[in-house]
Ligand binder design. Structure first.
Ligand code: IMP
Ligand code: MG
Length: 178
């Protein structure tokens, strides 16, 4: 285990099992749809990669980078699109793939953007849901795990750009970020 990690929350095996379940569910739900996955970089890269491989359907893949955090630890409700998706979302069944939902500001805004662009349907798949921190009402169709209000890293998630490549998800030692 990395020295900066206080506790492992989900092991590589926990993650693999849960992602497989989510993939199977999405495969069932999207069988007659026109699926376009929009991966929110950078945090969702590993989750999205594993999830999309476990969806047994044709699908298109696109990427967005949105900023909501900077190096602070709370999002503001104002997000900016740093890199936009390239494929036309009109009449597509868009699945936004995110690493973790905290206040909900980022995904609330992005869902609205996809609806404005005339996507047929817009749903969210997030690996982690920090439910108790939610400040906007958000309908999350696919969620890996609900987690308490601690800062987590690994499996794509960072603190100041570090720890993304850890194959597990863990709590960062408090003295490192407070
Ligand atoms: P929201 O707009 O407050 O929902 O912020 C969601 C974004 O904040 C996520 O996409 C993450 O990039 C980041 N974030 C929130 N909580 C954590 C955490 O515990 N670890 C790492 N990133 C986090
Ligand atoms: Mg993110």
């Amino acid at each position: 285990m990395h020295n900066d990690i206080e506790k492992v929350l989900f092991t590589k095996e926990d993650i693999e099992n849960r992602v497989r379940e989510l993939g199977a569910k999405i495969t069932e739900d999207y069988i007659d749809k026109n699926l376009l996955c929009i991966v929110i970089l950078k945090g969702a890269m590993f989750f999205a990669s594993d999830l999309m491989k476990s969806i047994d359907l044709p699908l298109d893949i696109d990427f967005m980078i949105v900023s909501s955090y900077g190096s602070e630890t709370e999002s503001s409700g104002v997000i900016s699109i740093i890199k936009d998706s390239e494929l036309d979302v009109k009449d597509r069944d868009v699945l936004i793939i995110e690493d973790i939902i905290d206040t909900g500001n980022t995904l609330n805004k992005l869902t609205q953007v996809m609806k404005d662009r005339k996507a047929s349907t817009v749903e969210i798949a997030t690996f982690l849901d920090k439910k108790e921190r939610r400040i906007v009402n958000l309908d999350i169709k696919y969620s890996g795990f609900v987690v308490p209000d601690y800062f987590v890293v690994g499996y794509g998630m960072d603190f100041n750009e570090k720890y993304r490549n850890l194959p597990y998800i863990g709590y960062l030692k408090k003295e490192l970020y407070s």
